[in-house]
Write a protein that binds this ligand. Structure first.
Ligand SMILES: Cc1ncc(COP(=O)(O)O)c(C=O)c1O
Length: 336
């Protein structure tokens, strides 16, 4: 099992008229949606999504990692895309009910997780450019394992993209809006054809500072300092990124959120990427302007390993959850 879609029995659904209250349908059978050809999401890409995971512990409990952070990011994204926000308690309840209804799909401990995909879209019909008259909020899910080929902790090879940019100052780079993702496919597919796992983007102004990878944040390590690009509106404020910054600081690393130049990366001791889907992915090599730098002999670096072990240990209930990041999934009856 990699990161492919395996559909499950149930999804969660709620709807809202512009200016109205959310109406909860609750847990419903997973299935297709019926949409007007002139729905705002199809024509204007009015939509945001989230990615989060639920884990099974060795005691058989189900845990969701930091769902309130996703609720907050979804709320901010809704604001940026002129959509009614999903109230945070509705978001959390929807996620927990989706996991509970699909509990049998959560993989055994250590074998993967249940990836959750909350989706907020403008489903109402509209012709002229404007916010949709109505909205749908869904949570569906799929059991998953490793995002990159080769399994978790297999070092990935990245190439630095110099022509295309993922986002620009003042744009929507820090929003998890659906339109941010298809433009990266062309670049990513080209890189994959050349044998790379993914692409690193540079800033659109100077083409010099690291932004992020197609679907994850970037860190580099030099001695006891861990640096990651700061949040200036062009990269996604990753929840894994935020968690790793906290865990690394608690381990005595100096954590710097600032501009990280590509030259600095080429001289780093170690690099890794973070994200809900990729977890902590060690970087084996980076190619830039025809030059390739290998990190840690292409093996998993000690910091990547330590960060991976600590994060997954907390998420799977193997290590104490000192920061209260996990939310236990109650057993709900299957109904709205
Ligand atoms: C562009 C991008 N950057 C970074 C991330 C990592 O964010 P998170 O750690 O919240 O999953 C994601 C995934 O959601 C992403 O799509």
């Amino acid at each position: 099992m990699g990161f492919g879609l395996t559909t499950t029995a149930y999804m969660f659904k709620a709807t809202c008229e512009l200016g109205g209250e959310w109406v909860v349908e609750g847990v419903v059978p997973y299935g297709d949606l019926s949409l007007s050809p002139s729905s705002a999401v199809l024509n204007y890409g009015q939509g945001v999504f989230e990615g989060m995971k639920a884990f099974r512990t060795s005691e058989g409990e189900l845990l969701v990692f930091r769902p309130d952070e996703n609720a907050k990011r979804c709320e901010e994204g809704a604001g940026r895309m002129s959509m009614p926000a999903v109230p945070r308690d509705l978001f959390r309840d929807a996620v927990l009910r989706t996991v509970s209804a699909n509990a049998e799909y959560v993989p055994p401990v250590g074998m993967g997780s249940l990836y959750l995909r909350p989706l907020l879209i403008g489903t109402g019909a509209i012709l002229g450019l404007g916010p949709a008259p109505s909205y749908t909020f869904l949570v569906y899910c799929s059991p998953v394992a490793s995002y990159f080929k080769g399994g978790q902790l297999t070092p990935i090879d990245l190439t630095v993209e110099e022509t295309y940019h993922r986002a620009a100052p003042g744009g929507s780079g820090s929003t998890k809006c659906i339109g941010n993702y298809s433009p990266v496919l062309k670049v990513q597919l080209e890189a994959k054809k050349r044998g790379f796992s993914d692409v690193m983007y540079l800033d659109a102004k100077e083409n010099k500072y690291i932004e992020e990878v197609s679907s994850c944040n970037f860190f580099c390590v030099k001695g006891k300092t861990i640096s990651t690009p700061s949040l200036q509106g062009t990269i996604l404020p990753g929840i894994t990124r935020k968690s790793i910054c906290e865990l690394a600081a608690a381990r005595g690393f100096t954590v710097e959120e600032r501009n990280v130049s590509i030259d600095e990366v080429m001289n780093a001791d170690e690099c890794f990427c973070t994200g809900t889907a990729v977890v902590v992915a060690p970087v084996g090599s980076v190619e830039y302007k025809g030059k390739t730098v290998k990190f840690c002999d292409g093996k998993v670096g000690p910091t990547s390993q330590a960060m991976y072990d600590e994060l997954t240990g907390i998420q799977q209930g193997k290590l104490p959850d000192e920061r209260g990041w996990n939310v236990k999934v109650p057993k709900f009856p299957i109904s709205g």
